[in-house]
Write a protein that binds this ligand. Sequence first.
Ligand code: PMT
Length: 401
Amino acid sequence: MLSQRRILLAVTGGIAVYKSLELLRLLKKQGAEVRVVMTQAATAFVQLLSFQALSGHAVHCELLDTEVEHAMGHIELARWADVFVIAPATANTLAKMAHGLADDLVSTLYLAANCPVYIAPAMNHVMWNHPATQANVKILQNHGINLISPESGEQACGEIGVGRMAEPETVCQRLISDLTMPQSLANLNVVITAGATREPLDPVRYLTNRSSGKMGYALALAAQKAGANVTLISGVTQLKPPANCNFVQVETAEQMHAAVFENIENCDIFIGTAAVADYRPVVCGGEKIKKNADQLTLTLQKNPDILADVAALKTPPFTVGFAAETNDLEHYARDKLTRKNLNMIAANWVGRAEGGFERDENALDVFWQDGKKTLPMTNKTELACQLITLIAERFDAKTKI
Ligand code: PMT
């Protein structure tokens, strides 16, 4: 059920607008309070009055409407919402959102909203597959929006391909499962590390790795959905941190170590998703290294092991590590589990065609002392929810001993 949820539904102009009427009906049936905004183009497909009648509230489509601003202006509307759903989302609206344009009510609301945002795109399959649209969707995912992927099938234009808006039942189900995720971590303090560290060689160069931060940021969001107070300690990424989390930006492994220990008091669960550089250059000069010699030898110093140090605390939190492996996954993961004295380890393959670094999808083999669970390949958002559920189960099992 979505009772008490305040959903702001933005409807943009495409033939799939008719599906939004059904979506509105389903959301209301689930007990949500829904307010609707439309673009001018959307009103060419379905009358504003239809949404007004179904929602029971005035529907607006103008940004500069003095009457509306007097009643519930766009900032107030953005603050009112628990969740902002844009369905259907056209290629044009996605492009405006991705690039920060605010020339109509919907795009302005997107910039003003600080709640979770969902998009259900709908367009011709060639438009959907166009590199410009795909790049815009990637940008939006990096902003932290939740994509409800378009489906494949016959389109209004008669062509066949991926681009149809997800069915209203699918959109509604996704919102129910995300917004009503069991509060299995309610009021627990969770500290998560994410992304890659950068180890400077000189003022312009650094050693780093391929971690994008996607897995760690997805875990931060999933832990929040499960009711946790989240501290996200992150290397430099292109991602937008989840709203309302305690976000700490770092660059090097030593800074990440310091930030973790500044935030570890009262931490119930620690999750080390970051790809921390194992070594750093011993010397980082103030001047750019010159390329005078044919060979250059770097002397590296081992970095502190953040995960092992957390697990070695006198009263450690429930400590979950990650293992990124190219071979003998279970062997190396279990070795880390034992050697670093962890409660759990989530192992993933890296360097393969699917999953691991940078990609939107991943799979995990999760190990604990006397157990194992495989979480098959899926998008990192969904995978993170599954891992958080498993962590909550193991945390409960441990605290009940
Ligand atoms: O960020 P993405 O692009 O989404 O990619 C996700 C991921 C592949 C980076 C992620 O799923 C993952 O596997 N993270 C761990 C990467 C890693 O460094 O693995 P490792 O096997 O080298 O390290 C083992 C564990 O020790 C990790 O929990 C790591 O955070 C921790 N560690 C390692 C070294 C160190 N000095 N301090 C640490 O805390």
